[in-house]
Design a binder for this molecule. Sequence first.
Ligand code: MN3
Length: 200
Amino acid sequence: MNFLLPELGFEYTALEPHIDAKTMEIHHSKHHNGYTNNLNNALEKASISSENIEDILMELDMNNMGLRNNAGGYYNHCLFWEILNPNDKQNLRGELEAAINSAFGSFEDFKEQFSKAAATRFGSGWAWLCVKDGVLEICSSANQDNPMMPGIGCGGTPIMGIDVWEHAYYLNYQNRRPDYINAFFNLVNWGVVSEKFKNA
Ligand code: MN3
């Protein structure tokens, strides 16, 4: 077993009313747990012993669908829980705020573009804020694909992402994905995203 399901670091109720406890419980203990177990199985099958998920993603054989789906699913959800962590939650400021204003014009313009990328991703997938060569960009990817995988078309290091699979919001929001995306913006811990920006 290379990888373990990470602890959330907060209660399933902690994101209410924006994300309900039942959705959080199923999402973390069932979906993320499934990706984690399937990742370990896919690594064993491919005889890959790396314990660095970033390396695994960057060196991925995109034709290995089991590994692609589950390495992506494992990593994407780890990042998602990190940026939603309500402990020591911080507002957007400093270098990241300046970089967002520089890349998108204003926070409102950034929010609009990011929300549009998330809302228009057809079917299941993710929208991302990435850093590529020091510049911020927004993109989206299908299924559990990730900007670090080769040839996804949205390259760079993801520092923030939103899960737009129906399992992420359907119990509470049903077909109202835009309402879920809007609610997500109440939850982002910008201190965590800023740390990722500095390290990218
Ligand atoms: Mn999910």
